[in-house]
Every structure is written in structure tokens, then in C-alpha cells.
Ligand binder design. Sequence first.
Ligand code: PEP
Ligand code: MG
Length: 619
Amino acid sequence: MTLIKKIFKKRNTPILTTLTITSKNGLHLRPIAKFVNEVKQFNADISFVVDDQEIVATQVPAILSLSLEEGDSFQLKCQGEEALEASAYLTDFFEKMMQEDRVEQEIKQVEDSYEALTIRGKTVAKGIAIATLTLYETRKITQTRDTGLTIKDAIRRAKEELYDLYQANKTQHEAQIFLAQKELISADIFRYECPTVRKFLEIIKEEVARLENTKFASRIPDYRDVEQRVLKHLGMTSIVEVPSKPYILLTKDLLPSEVMNLQNTLIEGVVLQTGTVTSHASILLRSFGIPSMIIKQPLETAQRVILDANSGNLILAPTANDLRKARDKQKQFKAYQEESYKKRFENTKTRDGKTIRVLANISDYKSAREAKEEGADGVGLLRTEFLFKEEKPSFGEQVIAYQKIFKLFNLLTIRTLDIGGDKSLPYINIPKETNPFLGVRGIRFSLLEEVLFKEQLLAIFKAFQMVMPSAKTLKIMFPMISTVEEFNKAKGIALEIAQEHNINLSNIEFGIMIEVPSVIFSMKEFNEVVDFYSVGTNDLTQYIFAIERTHPTLIADSTSPIILSALRMIAQQAEKPISICGELAGLEEVTEELIEMGYENLSLSAKLIPSLKEKIRHV
Ligand code: PEP
Ligand code: MG
């Protein structure tokens, strides 16, 4: 290609888009790392512009040092061959990422009181611990062996190690921590400006100093962690003396890697003196179930305390009564957790004997396996979009994917393609709409793209035929139904396909998602034609309040009395089985009310199943 052509091809006018941080956590390390990962796929020069600073959008430390907080804005500058695509994609990605991050992991505390002096704290991970408050020994770094590696090699090894950890834990929330640290160490500053170990340590020191006293100070441990990982490859390891008796750790900061090591010691709990509930160490403490709180006021060590993270209290010099009470609570809490996990495969009955089915929302074979392991009584929502995302799956691929999932459960609800709104398909051109959530979405899309719809229905039928259908029930559910005519048309197409291909429909039912409010006003007619209903509270909430579910600042509350009364109206009018498959189904604060209304099937994320089952046993 000649130089002239090259210049011509490169679009040189930069595209500037203003993006705002809408998460109250600010623009912290995990989202930055996720964003940087996306930036890399485009052939364009992409940067963050804040005031007169311009930072290349792949440089995690530099972006982090901008300390962008909730309400702050920056300009995303995209220039070059794929500037347009990059700008559109990254804007959308950023807004969604903020939306997901917006929900601070507030852990509800249950009020309780003790006789002795009590200090209040913020709960990081639930649980109760009784032990001596012990200060973390300062970390001493010593050269234990000579690995013969250069600093450059050690940085590369650390990067590879973090990437492997990310890949190995990809399905877990914690994996993002490894990705974030990998991006941190991949920055140019470590690549090109680190000829010696000394320089490396200096850079870390400067970056840490930059973050100190900012909202992002809780990310300092990630720098420390990366530092230790690199030093480890140079043969220097940190020595930490951990107590040989059960202890509650009192610490200013905690590195994510330390949490992973501490869980193998006699640790009973953690009191963090700095940090946030969303820091990486906090995420790990929760996932390892180590009772933990953040208490910022100074505390004396070597004293026996009660750490009651369920109620947010640290009890100093507890009385005999306090200790008795804490031990009882501890026993009950442990028993509750163990019980719920042990009994996760059992049927779930309320105290007055009503059976409630706890089902799973899944999206592929992997999540189906997880749901099985967590004790799901079946699948309440199989979102089929996953298969269609990157490129159009062939008919055969669809059959295999459904069949693998169908084999695992006897009760399955599969939802036909729910495209439109915020979900698009790269290979299908949906005309641009001003309000996509009110446009060609769900069943409206399928009825327009009949070839795709028919192929999906046939793939579902064929897959079901291959998995001993006599022992199973398959519910086919249409999304975004707003009128009876739409349902009749969709079911009509399904019956036509079934007849053409000699499909036995005896264990197959047809129903709808209730997510458009118009259905609530026409349930009499729907009762005549559908076999079941499943309420999608995520969309129902968005449409009742007219607040987009992905809106960056407006939030519609699905637990509001308005939504609960809509659910009651649905339950009162429904003459066919009803389920809930929106996020609300997993919120234990409304479980009792939903059951009392008459919902006997609740479908939720797999991880929440054991606990919800136990909750139901106490309703
Ligand atoms: C819902 O809308 O509540 C639902 C379960 O479907 P989705 O979140 O996939 O739109
Ligand atoms: Mg929905």
C-alpha cells in the first residue's frame, strides 16, 4: 500500500465523546482494566482527555491516577482507521460497565446489642468471630534464592501468572482482580521505563504516593501485590508471621494475595482499618466467608473481642453474657449456612407445607452445570441469546447446545431469542430506533425474522426429542409479549413447524414472559391460550416506571410497593401456573410476600439457590 493510500485510509478527525462516571465507586481499577481490555481490540488511537491531560487508553496506572470519581467526566478520543466503531462500541461498553458497577455491595446488618462497649463498623463479610485482635506483622522482604531473572523477565512472568490465574478463575467474580492486576503491570511505564529493580520499586512508590489520600487509596494494595509478585520471581519473598492460635486480624491494608494465603491459617475474622467494601481484598474476604468489618477508629491489639459482622458490632472486653450470646449466634449462623448448603438438593416446603420450586436462570451449558451443583430444581429461564451473540449458530450447533442442557434437568423453561433493546446481533441489521427498548424486541424481532425463529423452534424440538422427553417437561416461553395476537401467532408458527417435522408435543408447553404492563390488563384472554406465565420483573419494572434498565442515573426499584402490587394483580388473575424469573425472585426480603401472593416457582441465579431454599423453609 502506498503512503498516500495509507494516509487516506486513516480517518484523521478525532471523535470525542464525553463519558461520565456514574458509579459511586468511581472509576476504579477493575472497570479500568475491563475497559482497557476492550480498547485493545481496535485499530485506532484511543485516549482519555481530562482538562489539558491526554492519556493513552491502555495505560492503567495513568488512568487510575486521574482519580475520576462519581459525577466526573472525561472525553474519550478515538482517532484512526476504526475510530467510529471504537467510539460507538466503547461508549456503550462504558455506560453498561458503570451501570453494573453502580450497585455498591452494601451488606444489610441485623440490629443487635451487647452489654460491653461496642464499636460500630461497616460489614465486609458476614459472620461472627470470637478471638484475640492481632496486628498484622510488617511484611519483611528477603532474598531467599537467586532466580537469575532480570527485572524485565520477572515482570513478564508476573504478567503471565496473573493472566493464567484470570483464565483459570474466569467464571468467578474474583477473576476480575487478576485481570486488573495484569493490566496494571502491563502498562508502558513498567515495560519501557524499568531497567533496574530499583527503578521498578521507585515507580511503584510514586504510583502509591499518587493514590494516597484519594478515594482510590484502597487500590494501593494492588500495587503492593504486583510488586510482591514481581519480587517473588526475582527470588525475594515476603515473610509474614501468622499467629499459631485463632486470631482476628487487625490491619491497615490487606493485599488480595495475602487474603488467599491467610485463609489457610487460623484466621477467624478481619478488622480493616482502611479500605472499602468493594476493594479487592474485601471481595475475596466475602468469597472465602471470613467475617470482616471496616472500622476506621484506632483499636488496641492483644485484646479478646467479639466481631459480630452480622450486626456490625465489634465488642471490646465482652462480658460473660456477651460471649454466651455471641457463641449461640455463631453456632446458629454456621448451622444455617451449613444446613442450607447441605439441604440444597432437597425439595423446599414452607412451614405450612407448601412446595416452592427453586429454579435457575441460566444462559449456557456451564451455567447449567453450576445450577445443578447448587441444587436447582430445574431451569426457570434459559436465555438463548448466548448462542447467537458472536455469529449465527448453525441449526446443528443449536441442537447440540440445547440437548446438552436439556439432559441435565427434567423441568426446563427455554426462552426464544430475546434480541433488541440493549441486545443486538452483529449479523442482523435492526434499523436504528430512537427508543430501542420500545421497539423491535423479543418476540417482535422473532416474528419479523421468521426464518431464524423457525430454525430456533425446530432446534429446540429436535434437541428435546433426543433426551427422553417422556420423563421431562419443556416449557417454551416467548419474551416481550404484549398482546394475545402476538402469542397466538408465535405459537401458531411453532405448531406449524412441529407438524411439518412430526414432533410429538405431549410434554411441551407454551407460555409467555410477563414483562410488558399491557399483559396485566388482558390476562382474562391470555388465560384462555397460554399454559404458563413467568414474570420478568427486570423489564416489568422498567416499563411500569418508564425508566430504562440501563439508564446511567435513574434507578427503578423492583421492590417498590407499586411493583409488588402489580405482581399481586398478576397472581390474582392468573389461572395458569406462575413463576418469577426476574432478579426480584432472589431477594429474600420479599420471599414471604411473593409466596403469600401465590408464586410457587422462583427462578434466580444459581449461587443464591441454597440460601433462598433455606429461607423458604422458614417462611
Ligand atoms: C426480566 O426482564 O426480568 C428477565 C428475566 O429477562 P431479561 O433480564 O433477560 O430481560
Ligand atoms: Mg426481560
